[in-house]
Write a protein that binds this ligand. Structure first.
Ligand code: AMP
Ligand code: MG
Length: 436
């Protein structure tokens, strides 16, 4: 299948393992509850890289290179001086102090054609200027008397010193960047160095965002009794943007079939669709039925995770549909754990899951077995170890704890209790970047 070709093109270093096995057996999850790990793997094996486009170099920063880049010329393009100083013949400089006649001047940007260092002579040369014929060393100005007509050298001169050789960085024809490389400032510099103004990168997926519910009003008006502001659309759009996707806001589907059909149909035109709410077992929850009516293939419904249990995943052709629970905390957490990796993979990323590390719990914790429990924590580093504290009330209605969290602890499904001092897996969440 197409996405396997893409994967192998990106190399085997893919963080999610055993993915290729899932497609073949996807039937077995149709509409059923899956484990946290299965949910991720199924999603990641279902989504494909979004295709390739050519963008201006500056726009390519932060994107993934979609082709190997081959050097069109040697870099450096010619032998050149690494210092401001004098181009000399090292054989002339054995006896110190040594005096040479200065004949000629090569500033950066000049050409060395026709310039030769004659025996007993030196050519004044600036950093980056091509080294002239006859020269096999450059003497930095600091190691001389800076003479104009005649220069006196005070330090020994080694053959080849301070000369950068043609092609020593990258020879012509060498692959200097590989497909799948994240384009950071160093890659930008290298691409610019080789004249690559237009760069092939994997496309940023368009991601339709749809909220559902009769209780929702759009931002801009103070809610009256029973109303709540549609905050999920905005927070999902911000999250999509943060990972490089292009959010398409579809608005609100009201709790009736026609409205759901109209809005979901519109959402399915994007590269991916995220819906929020209407996916539990409530009377008004009609996202999954509508998707089915429109011909989407339901892959799983419900994940053994808390919060985020009612999450559903479907495919409409090549368009992944993430149906997230409506509770804002659950929406954000399920985006983070399930949607974010998928959107990264669609853009060609190979490391799509945040790295886990161990943190020591400060307090004991109890949970139900059979589900992964997600705990919002604050972190502190002491004597080389990370310590995790609850970021506050863990109820899913508490937004404040989401704001205060620096990391997410993933408590494994099989364990029911944790003592203070136990180590658990955590990953950073959001913009927490203080590493030490
Ligand atoms: P539901 O899954 O439709 O029962 O929604 C679960 C909870 O999430 C309810 O309390 C909703 O009011 C809330 N909710 C649903 N959609 C949104 C939204 N777009 N923004 C903020 N809260 C929402
Ligand atoms: Mg609802």
């Amino acid at each position: 299948m197409h996405h396997y070709t893409q994967e192998s093109r990106l190399g085997n270093n893919i963080v999610f393992l055993h993915c290729s096995g899932y497609s073949a057996t996807i039937q077995q999850w149709r509409g059923e509850m899956v484990s946290f790990e299965e949910a991720r793997s199924i999603i990641l094996s279902s989504v494909q890289v979004s295709g390739v486009e050519h963008v201006h170099l500056l726009e390519a920063a932060g994107r993934l290179l979609a082709a190997d880049m081959v050097a069109p010329w040697d870099m450096p393009m010619w032998n050149n001086s690494a210092m401001d100083g004098y181009a000399v013949r090292s054989a002339d400089c054995r006896q110190l102090p040594c005096r040479l006649d200065v004949k000629g001047f090569l500033p950066a940007g000049s050409q060395a054609d026709g310039v030769t260092v004659e025996a007993g002579c030196a050519v004044r040369i600036m950093t980056g200027a091509p080294t002239p014929e006859g020269c096999d060393a450059v003497v930095p100005v600091e190691e001389t008397d800076n003479g104009q007509g005649v220069v006196t050298l005070n330090e020994p001169v080694a053959k080849g010193q301070h000369i950068r050789l043609c092609g020593e960085d990258v020879p012509a024809g060498m692959t200097f960047l590989r497909t799948g490389t994240l384009i950071r400032p160093p890659e930008v510099n290298m691409l610019a160095t080789f004249g690559k103004g237009l760069v092939p990168v994997f496309r940023r997926p368009t991601v339709a965002i749809l909220s559902t519910g009769d209780e929702l009003i759009e931002l801009g008006r103070t809610p009256e009794a029973g109303e709540i502001i549609n905050s999920n659309t905005l927070s999902l759009a911000a999250a999509v943007q943060e990972v490089g996707g292009i959010p398409h806001i579809i608005g609100i589907a009201r709790d009736n079939r026609e409205s759901h059909l109209e809005k979901i149909r519109e959402g399915l035109k994007a590269d991916a669709l995220i819906t929020s709410a209407g996916v539990s077992a409530g009377d008004c929850d009609m996202v999954r039925d509508t998707l089915k009516e429109l011909g989407a293939e339901q892959i799983f419904w419900k994940v053994a995770v808390k919060p985020g249990g009612p999450t559903a995943f479907a495919m409409y052709g090549a368009v992944p549909v993430f149906s997230l629970p409506g509770n804002p905390v659950s929406t954000m957490i399920t985006f983070e754990e399930f949607v974010r990796p998928a959107l990264l993979k669609m853009q060609g990323h190979q490391r799509v899951v945040r790295p886990l590390f161990k943190a020591v719990l400060r307090e004991s914790l109890k949970k139900k077995t059979g589900k992964v429990q997600i705990v919002r924590v604050r972190l502190e580093r002491e004597e080389g170890r990370w310590y995790a504290d609850s970021a506050g009330n863990q109820q899913t209605a508490i937004l404040k704890t989401m704001v205060n969290a620096q990391a997410i602890a993933l408590l494994p499904s099989e364990s029911g209790s944790f003592a203070a001092g136990d180590e658990v897996d955590v990953h950073f969440y959001g913009n927490y970047i203080e590493l030490e």
